[in-house]
Design a protein. Structure first.
Length: 224
C-alpha cells in the first residue's frame, strides 16, 4: 500500500502500455509523465482515442473490471500501485466517471456522500462536517434526502464532485467533468479545481474543454 502519510504526494507513470485483446494496435505505449502535488494534468484527444482508458488504467478499473494487457508502472507517493486491490486503490484517489448514473447506487444523496468516508472508518463527527461542507459548496444541501436518480444529469455530476471534495484522497481523476454542466456549474468546477490545487491535491482529467485545458499545469494528447 502506498505511503499516504504525506499530504502532498505525486504520481509518476513510467512507460505505460495498454492493449485491448480485440485490438490490433495498443491504445497507447511508452506513455510517461510526472504529476507533482497541487498540479492538474489535462488529457485531450478525439472521442474514443483512449482518454477514458488511461483514467481506467490509473484507477484500476483496467485490468480488474475491464480486461486488457497493461504494462509499465504507476507510482503514487514513491510506491507502485499497479497491483493494489481496488479497495486499497480508492483510499488514494477519488474518481468521477463519464456517466454519473453508473456511480450513484445508494438511496439518498446523503448516503452517497457518506459512503466512501464510512468505508474508510472516518469518525462520524468528521464525516458529518465533511459532507455538510461539500454539499454546501456544490449547492446540494436541499437534496440530501432525495434519491440521486431524481437529480438532473448536471446535479448528479456535482454530487460526484462533492463526494471527491469530502474524501481526503490526494489524487482526483475526472472523466469529461464539464459534460452536462450549466454555465454557472462550469464556473464552479473551475473554482473547485483551483481550490483542490491550493490544498496540494493533484488532478488528472480527460476533457474537451479549452477553458479547463488552459487552467491545467500540464497537457498530454492521446491518439495524436
Amino acid at each position: 500500500m502506498p505511503n499516504t502519510s504525506k499530504s502532498s504526494p505525486r504520481l509518476q507513470v513510467n512507460r505505460l502500455r495498454l492493449h485491448y485483446p480485440d485490438s490490433e494496435q495498443p491504445i497507447f505505449s511508452e506513455l510517461s509523465f510526472v504529476l507533482e502535488a497541487g498540479e492538474c494534468l489535462a488529457i485531450r484527444g478525439a472521442n474514443a482515442c483512449g482518454k477514458s482508458s488511461l483514467l481506467n488504467a490509473l484507477c484500476g478499473i483496467i485490468p480488474h473490471y475491464v480486461k486488457a494487457a497493461i504494462s509499465g508502472d504507476i507510482i503514487l507517493d514513491g510506491s507502485s500501485i499497479m497491483d493494489l486491490p481496488l479497495c486499497e486503490m480508492y483510499r488514494n484517489m477519488a474518481v468521477v466517471l463519464a456517466e454519473p448514473k453508473n456511480q450513484l447506487l445508494l438511496p439518498t444523496v446523503e448516503a452517497e456522500l457518506a459512503f466512501a468516508l464510512e468505508n474508510m472508518a472516518v469518525p462520524a463527527q468528521i464525516i458529518r462536517q465533511r459532507i455538510t461542507d461539500a454539499a454546501n459548496y456544490f449547492g446540494l444541501s436541499q437534496f440530501m434526502h432525495k434519491s440521486p436518480a431524481q437529480l438532473s444529469g448536471g446535479e448528479q455530476r456535482l454530487l460526484l464532485f462533492a463526494i471527491c471534495e469530502a474524501m481526503p484522497s490526494p489524487l482526483v481523476l475526472l472523466d469529461e467533468p464539464e459534460r452536462g454542466l450549466s454555465g454557472y456549474s462550469l464556473c464552479l468546477l473551475g473554482s473547485w479545481l483551483e481550490a483542490l490545487k491550493q490544498k496540494g491535491r493533484s488532478i488528472i482529467m480527460a476533457t474537451h474543454s479549452a477553458e479547463l485545458i488552459a487552467q491545467s499545469n500540464q497537457v498530454i494528447s492521446i491518439g495524436a
